[in-house]
Write a protein that binds this ligand. Structure first.
Ligand code: HEC
Ligand code: HEC
Ligand code: HEC
Ligand code: HEC
Ligand code: HEC
Length: 405
């Protein structure tokens, strides 16, 4: 951090008297999925492939670079402070829920940096949105309009009690208790973090749950989040443990929290087709998804890309259509969602939308290659943030079709 900025923040820290809210230290017996894996092997392996397992900045280059980008652009905040704010949803088992002015001074003067650093990198925090984030939730108090989110709207139970969908399940390792929301209204659990949220400037940067509820009003049969992102209920076992209480035959779901990178979820719910009529090509996408596509993090994009080739095999031209959102800073330039002063155009597919894009086929075309591509982040912003992990620049080709004539 440059000297000027540092002293500016020191002065602010001296002025501010922030509340100190404690989370709690997590017993090492329950800290990570490793503690559960011996008995819940299948579940743990599935969860590990999910983005929930990558929600800590040490496991997610895009998130880490985003934090650096915010620090570089917001005069008043340190990285540690921003991590604590974002931890509400990204790492809710954090030990301290805010950085007070004494902590902040310590950080800026390089006293006590180690203890704050340790607090932000406990095994349980690095483990992301793990088993005890969801299964130690005793009560949920959603605050949809008020704006409280993540750890501010859940009450965790005693450590060592695992809440779940079953009545009277027996485990040698932990207590169990049924919680109704797992059975009758699991959307409530997802809404703790996926409902909506605004940035420091009041701009709404996430709205998956809101989109879903609006769609549900018109499509009362819209499935629950877990029907698509976990799986339908199927015969199986909840625990692979061989002893007492284990291997009971149950109706269970996968723990994939399926997304574009660990499943074929889009194949089921996005129908893509193309049709040629004279000199026109129409590419259609029919969404059966009850939220926008893409939804969630505001820099994802979906693209239709059509390339036209002549008899000689040479490309004549290429046309593209993008479905994405734009975020505008105080200077009117494009920025990341968390720093936006206002939202720009948003062409993401509405819930249950059907779109048909028509492209004019240039003269001399012999072959058309049309693709529908999904990206975790718009390539321009990817470069600006300096994201290195190729995971984020990968193009997921949802459809790759050829029409020859
Ligand atoms: C994002 C929240 C979330 C996380 C993280 C999560 N679960 Fe679950 N889990 C659920 C939901 C929701 C259900 C209820 C599924 C159903 O209806 O069967 C469930 C069900 C279960 C069940 C009962 C069996 C079943 O499929 O219904 C077990 C056991 C379980 N989870 C263990 C784990 C373990 C172990 C981990 C960590 C590796 C984990 N869960 C991570 C949300 C979560
Ligand atoms: C020594 C084996 C063992 C370990 C370790 C273990 N469990 Fe379990 N767990 C079980 C058994 C057995 C059941 C009961 C399964 C059944 O009834 O089908 C169970 C049930 C559950 C349930 C369902 C509770 C309900 O009432 O619906 C959850 C959730 C759960 N475990 C989470 C965890 C988590 C999280 C961890 C790691 C912190 C963990 N378990 C570690 C054996 C274990
Ligand atoms: C404690 C907050 C929290 C809860 C509760 C939660 N999530 Fe998440 N979820 C997140 C965060 C944060 C991410 C992004 C992690 C990352 O990419 O670093 C995420 C990512 C996801 C993704 C992957 C998105 C992608 O872009 O690939 C899916 C799917 C998902 N969650 C579904 C669910 C479902 C279904 C539930 C309810 C059973 C749920 N989540 C509960 C916070 C939460
Ligand atoms: C009918 C199936 C279906 C239901 C129900 C559903 N989704 Fe999705 N979801 C999808 C598909 C398909 C995708 C992949 C397309 C995409 O990434 O936008 C997706 C993508 C996502 C993503 C990743 C978003 C992205 O593109 O970055 C998140 C997060 C998510 N869903 C959360 C939820 C939550 C929370 C709910 C419940 C309120 C929910 N979904 C309900 C099908 C569904
Ligand atoms: C209200 C809960 C919530 C808060 C608070 C929150 N996030 Fe998120 N964040 C999410 C969810 C849910 C997702 C996953 C959505 C998706 O995949 O589309 C996500 C995804 C992301 C992603 C994309 C990660 C990936 O793997 O692609 C980044 C980057 C991110 N958040 C940054 C931040 C930053 C920085 C902050 C704090 C300034 C923050 N978030 C605060 C809920 C939250």
């Amino acid at each position: 951090m440059r000297g000027g900025k540092r002293w500016f923040i020191v002065a602010l820290a001296l002025l501010a008297g922030l509340d100190l809210l404690e989370g709690e230290k997590i017993d090492s017996r329950y800290a990570t999925n490793r503690n559960c894996e011996a008995c819940h092997t299948d579940i743990s392996k599935q969860w590990q492939t999910s983005r929930h397992a990558h929600s800590h900045f040490t496991k997610n280059d895009l998130y880490d670079k985003t934090l650096d980008y915010i620090v570089a652009h917001e005069m008043t905040k340190t990285k540690e402070e921003i991590v604590v704010e974002c931890a509400k949803c990204h790492n809710p088992r954090i030990e301290k829920r805010s950085i007070n002015s004494a902590d902040k001074l310590g950080l800026l003067l390089d006293i006590d940096k180690q203890s704050v650093d340790r607090m932000l990198k406990t095994p349980t925090m690095k483990n992301g949105i793990n088993c005890i984030v969801c299964h130690n939730v005793d009560k949920i108090h959603l605050d949809k309009e008020g704006g409280k989110r993540g750890f501010d709207v859940v009450e965790f139970g005693p450590q060592g009690t695992m809440f779940g969908p079953f009545e009277g399940a027996v485990s040698p390792y932990h207590k169990t208790q049924k919680r109704e929301f797992f059975v009758n209204n699991p959307n409530r659990l997802c809404f703790v973090c996926h409902y909506s949220d605004t940035n420091d400037f009041g701009v709404e940067v996430y709205s998956t749950g809101k989109e879903y509820e609006t769609a549900k009003a018109e499509h009362p049969n819209a499935p629950q989040c877990i029907e698509c992102h976990m799986s339908g209920k199927k015969k199986g076992i909840a625990s692979n443990f061989g002893g007492e209480g284990g291997r009971v035959k149950r109706l269970v779901r996968d723990h994939l929290f399926a997304s574009i990178d660990n499943s074929k979820i889009y194949e089921k719910y996005l129908k893509i087709s193309a049709e040629r009529q004279k000199d026109q090509l129409t590419v259609s996408i029919e969404s059966q998804v009850p939220h926008k596509v893409p939804t969630g993090y505001g820099l994802r994009d979906l693209e239709i890309r059509v390339a036209f080739f002549g008899k000689d095999g040479k490309q004549i031209s290429e046309q593209r259509k993008l479905y994405t959102a734009h975020w505008i800073d105080a200077e009117g330039e494009e920025t990341i969602p968390h720093l936006a002063r206002k939202k720009g155009p948003d062409s993401r597919l509405a819930p249950y939308a059907s779109v048909a894009e028509t492209f004019t086929i240039p003269k001399g075309t012999h072959l058309i290659n049309y693709k529908v591509i999904y990206r975790q982040i718009d390539p321009k912003m990817d470069r600006r943030l300096g994201v290195r992990d190729p995971f984020f620049s990968n193009e997921y080709v949802l459809k790759n079709g050829v029409i020859e004539f």
